[in-house]
Write a protein of this length. Sequence first.
Length: 239
Amino acid sequence: RKQLFKLSTGSKALDKLLGGGVEAMSITEVFGEFRCGKTQLSHTLCVTAQMPGPNGYIGGKVIFIDTEHTFRPNRLKSIAERYNLNENAVLDNILYARAYNSEHQSELLNIVGCKLHEEAGVFKLLIIDSIMALFRVDYSGRGEIFDRQHKLGQMMSRLQKISEEYNIAVFITNQIASDFKSPELATRPIGGNILAHASTTRIALTKGEGAIRTAKLLDSPDLEEAEVHFLITSGGIDD
Ligand code: ATP
Ligand code: MG
């Protein structure tokens, strides 16, 4: 039987909200406006995934698919420092790929699939930051939404399969709608029903004062809808 592990976000409050952390064999999505901490959370997970955790979790390698060119090795160094880890070892354990368009993003998942097959059990976390950015650009026309959602659906079902077959956590970031006049609609994640249904756990992030951020859990299959506060620090996500 596969061991179902959970990865720490760096914040005890956020881990508790998630019932322990970001779960293996499922897709966790965070969404929210710019600077709310999606990329910082992704970076923190790159480090915590490499550390031993509860239930005999021994840590493992990470795959990072970067669509917005916001991956920062220097950030990883200061997060590694917080946890007293060797910064070069931490960087060596991250397989990094930059995606240039949505088709490339999809092709990268083929390579990821091969890699996970070749090095069974080595990788524990796959991050895509962000899932929709390239789709949004590639399918920007009015008549293209159907095609976009079709391709998105294919990608999400592949991610789900990958997470289950190789027992890894899939962590994706997402943006919110910015083309609506109503403030209510402007807090909605993009990607429509396809993404909503594909993500096992959805977390809405909002900005507070200074480094304070709020995380709200949405449509989790087995956890209460609640919200917590966390901080963005030089050592990554913290309480
Ligand atoms: P976007 O939608 O633009 O991609 P995001 O949700 O990914 O935004 P992040 O880049 O994760 O946002 O978060 C940016 C925030 O993190 C900023 O408020 C910034 O001040 C903070 N931040 C970045 N680096 C550090 C650091 N070294 N120490 C403390 N805070 C930092
Ligand atoms: Mg970002």
